[in-house]
Every structure is written in structure tokens, then in C-alpha cells.
Design a protein. Structure first.
Length: 371
């Protein structure tokens, strides 16, 4: 068994013992990849490219004919079963073959329909399988990244930043949000990105007051804020960056808002240390923004973990008490959004090490932001 997979399976099995389950059903795509190395993606919530069954003495990957060869190649430590019917429909036979008694299932992923279907099928067989909902069993181990994972995230950041650096030199009055979003996506994919972490946000002028604006036909105007939020996947891992630019001399209040957000980010990063909570770090940035007169203009959390999923724990938020530990990687992305004018968001990714935070980005938010 490959060393990384061996370590992860050992951790998962230990957690299963603590939760008193003899078998774990893994349906979350990121958890499936983490535990097995199987890279196939679920194209939508009600479709699955495969499930894992992990017991103390067996590792089974059930998939369908589309992924038969891929699963055997990517997950050699797992027995591979190719199901001719749906995966949930095939589960009762698999559970019987593995002599499962207490099955832990990821309640965040199994739908009510799937649960009822499985329960009814087991009842018809008079099976003595108890279905036990579990939460964050695998996700807990994904929280702390090893050096290889951090290196992969750093490499993905380099790719994303380099591509954006070229694209921003092409910005000119009259260019639309959609034009720039497509040019950036094209550049990132040509540079080697496996895909995007999420749809690119390019928002100009008043549209930048919408934190998750959808690129449209608004044209770039000199002096207005130009907000970009983008990320790529590389080696299965997702990164996330936001930058706010301006072409030509910025109009008021751009410089004041930009500096406030930049200072809030710096203060928050300086406050990061092992043992501090994400809520405390969020408060540092939020209190600075409010002290500068922008109360209520920073409506989202300060940051979130990134990894195999673009949004994962820990959360830096006024409503979360996640404790930050060495090995965690997360974004720090304060923003100020002023209706009818626009917004500024600046986002870096930070890895927390034993001796403090390390910014993984190779560029700074204030590098050449006036074009």
C-alpha cells in the first residue's frame, strides 16, 4: 500500500473504532479521492462515479463500467467492483458480502431518497445492518495538510498568478467583464490548470459591490474598481485568489477603501498563530474596517480552508470558533462593498506553520494594482 494512502486509511480506521462502526461508506468525492487516490469526479449531486467501503480488514471501491480501468489504475490498494446497476442499489449485496453490521454513512452526502431506498432494500432482506450517520470523519484528517499538499497548493498559486499577470496587462477601456473572464480561463487552462476551482468572477464598477458577481457585458471604465476572484485546480487541489485593480487614476473613494482592506488583511495575518480561533482573526479585520467608518460593509467571513474542495474547514468567520492549527491552509480575504460605487476584496492564501503564518502567494495584493 502506498505510504500516504496507508497512513490515511489507518487514521480513518482508528476514527471508525471511536465512532463504533465496523464499516464506513464514503460518498463525498473529495473524501473518496483523499482515501483512495481515485480521481473521477461526480458530475452532479445525484450522480456518483464511485463509493468506498472501508472496514478494518477490507478496502472496496465500487464504480461502474465508465471507470473500470481508471479505478484499478488509480486505487490499486482497493478491491474494485464494477456495478451494472446503480451504486445505492448494489450496496445491499456488497454489505452482505462484507458482513457489515454497523455502517457509517456520510450524512452530508446521502440524500433522503437514497437513504430510504437503501433502508427499504435492507429491510426486505431482513438484513441486520444498522445505518449510522457520521459527520466529518474523513474531513477531520483533511484539515491538516502535509508538506506535499502545501507544495501542490503553492504550485497551483504560481500558475494562477502568472496567468493573471499576463491577462491584466491586456486590460483596456471598453473590455467587458465576460471578455476578461474568458481570456483568464483560457490562459489558465493553456498554462496547465486541470480546471477552475469555481467560475471566475470579473466585476467592474458598481458590479464589484456584489461579492459573487457574474461576469456580464459591463465595459471597463478608467478609475473604477475592477474586482477579480479566480482559482485553479492542480493535482486535485484548489486555490483561491482575489485582486482589485484600477486602470488610470483611481476615483474616490478607491484609494481609501483599498488601503483599509489591505491593512485589514495585514493585521489579520499578523494575528494568526497556533491555537487562535478563526473567529478571533476575523474580528481583527472586521474591527479595523468598522473603525475606518465602513460598518456593515464587510458582509462575508474573512476566510475559509482550501484543499481538495474550494471551501472546507477551517472557517475564519464571526460565527465559527474553528481553532487554527499548524498545517492548516486557508484564505484571508477582507472586503468592503459600497452599493452604486463598487467594492474592493483582497485575498491571499496562508499556511499556518509551527512558528506562525506563511503567505503562499508569490504576488502581493498591492503589486501594480494601478494600471
Amino acid at each position: 500500500m502506498e505510504n500516504t494512502v496507508k497512513i490515511r486509511i489507518s487514521q480513518i480506521r482508528s476514527a471508525m473504532e471511536h465512532q463504533d462502526i465496523d464499516t464506513l461508506l464514503v460518498m463525498v468525492g473529495e473524501n473518496r479521492l483523499y482515501a483512495s487516490g481515485f480521481t473521477a469526479e461526480d458530475t452532479q449531486f445525484d450522480e456518483s462515479s464511485g463509493i468506498l467501503l472501508i472496514s478494518q480488514d477490507r478496502l472496496l471501491l465500487a464504480t461502474d463500467a465508465r471507470y473500470d480501468l481508471q479505478s484499478k489504475h488509480e486505487a490499486p490498494d482497493f478491491e474494485t467492483v464494477t456495478c451494472k446497476k446503480g451504486l445505492v442499489e448494489a450496496l445491499p449485496d456488497l454489505l452482505e458480502a462484507m458482513n457489515v453490521r454497523r455502517l457509517g454513512f456520510e450524512s452530508v452526502r446521502m440524500s433522503v431518497h437514497q437513504f430510504n431506498e437503501l433502508k427499504q432494500s435492507l429491510d426486505r432482506r431482513d438484513a441486520t445492518v444498522e445505518l449510522v450517520p457520521v459527520q466529518n470523519l474523513v474531513e477531520t484528517f483533511r484539515l491538516v495538510k502535509d508538506q506535499k499538499e502545501i507544495d501542490t497548493l503553492r504550485k497551483a498559486l504560481r500558475l494562477a498568478e502568472t496567468g493573471f499577470g499576463r491577462v491584466k496587462q491586456m486590460l483596456a477601456p471598453g473590455t467587458t467583464e465576460s471578455d476578461v473572464a474568458w481570456l483568464l480561463e483560457k490562459t489558465l487552462r493553456e498554462d496547465g490548470a486541470e480546471g477552475l476551482s469555481f467560475p471566475i468572477i470579473a466585476a467592474f464598477g458598481p458590479n464589484s459591490a456584489l461579492p459573487h458577481a457574474v461576469p456580464g457585458q459591463r465595459k471597463l471604465q478608467p478609475g473604477e474598481p475592477l474586482l477579480f476572484d479566480w482559482g485553479v485546480r492542480l493535482g486535485g487541489y484548489c486555490i483561491d485568489i482575489s485582486r482589485t485593480l484600477v486602470v488610470g487614476p483611481p476615483e474616490e473613494p478607491f484609494q481609501r477603501v483599498f488601503q483599509t482592506v489591505l491593512d485589514a488583511q495585514r493585521k489579520a495575518i499578523d494575528a494568526i498563530t497556533p491555537g487562535v480561533s478563526g473567529k478571533q482573526v476575523d474580528a481583527v479585520a472586521r474591527e479595523h474596517i468598522e473603525a475606518k467608518g465602513y460598518q456593515g460593509k464587510f458582509g462575508h467571513g474573512l476566510g475559509h480552508g482550501t484543499g481538495l474542495a474550494i471551501h472546507e474547514a477551517p472557517r475564519l468567520s464571526p460565527i465559527k470558533d474553528d481553532v487554527l492549527e499548524p498545517g492548516m491552509v486557508f484564505t484571508v480575504e477582507p472586503g468592503i462593498y459600497l452599493p452604486k460605487w463598487g467594492g474592493v476584496r483582497l485575498e491571499n492564501m496562508v499556511a499556518l506553520m509551527d512558528d506562525g503564518p506563511v503567505v503562499l502567494n508569490s504576488t502581493k495584493p498591492d503589486d501594480h494594482y494601478i494600471l
